[in-house]
Design a protein around this ligand. Structure first.
Ligand code: ZN
Length: 135
């Protein structure tokens, strides 16, 4: 079951520029930065009330974020929905005909297990499913 919007992902060219910019905008400090090597991405998180914003910078030129920035430039990248059971949601959405980029969950930033849906099957919107890692 999809429970709520967990965060919005925004692609940026340079976290060193964008973190202070968003700190000024939100009037709150970035609470965490984290590299996810498997995705070629460096992330920075902000908490605004009940919502979170994730900034994403490419850590290498082959990174999906690098390709996104090349094609579309900086800006809105993905919406992440929190789910109660990520394995079940992957199976359910796959049975409903959605195309998944990850057919089994992988480790994401911020202590999450994640899987992305292909935007081709969701009206052009890149969707991340995520679930808090139990440990
Ligand atoms: Zn995300």
């Amino acid at each position: 079951m999809i429970k709520k919007i967990e965060h919005l992902g925004i692609a940026v060219k340079d976290l060193n520029v964008s973190i202070p910019l968003y700190e000024k905008l939100f009037q709150t400090p970035c609470y965490k930065t984290e590299a996810v090597e498997s995705e070629g991405v460096k992330t920075a998180f902000f908490q605004i009330g009940e919502s979170k914003i994730e900034l994403l910078e490419a850590s290498n030129p082959e990174s999906p974020i690098a390709k996104f920035l090349e094609k579309k430039g900086a800006g809105f990248h993905h919406v992440a929905f929190e789910v109660d059971d990520i394995d079940k949601e992957i199976e359910r959405l796959s049975n409903e005909g959605f195309q998944l980029i990850h057919t089994s969950p992988k480790d994401g930033a911020d202590n999450k297990r994640i899987a992305f849906l292909h935007p081709k099957s969701s009206d052009g919107l890149l969707i991340e499913l995520c679930m808090e890692k139990l440990s």
